[in-house]
Design a protein around this ligand. Sequence first.
Ligand SMILES: Nc1ncnc2c1ncn2[C@@H]1O[C@H](COP(=O)(O)OP(=O)(O)O)[C@@H](O)[C@H]1O
Ligand SMILES: [Mg+2]
Length: 233
Amino acid sequence: MASEDTQIRINGLSFDIEGKTLLHNTNLSLNGDGITVFLGANGAGKTIFLKLLTGLLTPCSGSITFEGGNISIKTRAFVSQEPVILRRTVLKNMLFVLEKITSEKSTLAKELLSLMGLDTKEHQNALTLSAGEKQRLCLARAIITDPEILLLDEPTANIEPNSTTLIEKYLIQKVRSSRKIFFVTHDINQARRLADEIVFIHTGRVIEHSSAKNFFENPKTREARKYISGKIN
Ligand SMILES: Nc1ncnc2c1ncn2[C@@H]1O[C@H](COP(=O)(O)OP(=O)(O)O)[C@@H](O)[C@H]1O
Ligand SMILES: [Mg+2]
């Protein structure tokens, strides 16, 4: 479990592709607990950053280390903006990601589906779920792997408001206290609802990093002030 004294240190991290720098030399120390929101406009570099943190992309330079706590870099689960659904039932989607299916895990799978409002859909072909239901399944499937770090890339960008509310409540009430969450969004209101700390990204650079309270009450850069006032999205 993530703990208060854990720090996630990012040293000199950068990512280039085809001669273009998509993430510029980044140095940050992030909280090992709570919800860190990566906020920024479309194309700012949020997904690139999150994929570097997940290990789905390898940085061109720099490192990510976990210090001072018992968090392990290995137990991470990533949920992307587009739900990735396997061609099988809802329940079998849950069980597929487990190394070993035990009766305990089967019970947990059903509990998680119930929390995500999918208990009546266990035996439905998951490909026939609505967009919001698919994303709720993806979140439940990520949680059943028991990750210390949950990385969510705009998980509610393409889904209906009811599913968004359900996911946000679940993260705040049930997940936040026991797992580190990285949450990417371009939605300033969602950032206000979820964030403990904000990393504000603008054209491939982290230009602000502070507690959510400080960020919203006292943004330091012109770009963040404009973003907060709704002039960029
Ligand atoms: N594989 C790639 N090749 C070239 N450019 C890319 C690649 N992936 C992302 N980009 C560019 O990098 C920038 C940041 O992308 P991304 O991290 O996806 O932004 P967002 O903040 O919207 O998640 C964008 O301008 C995007 O077009
Ligand atoms: Mg993105």
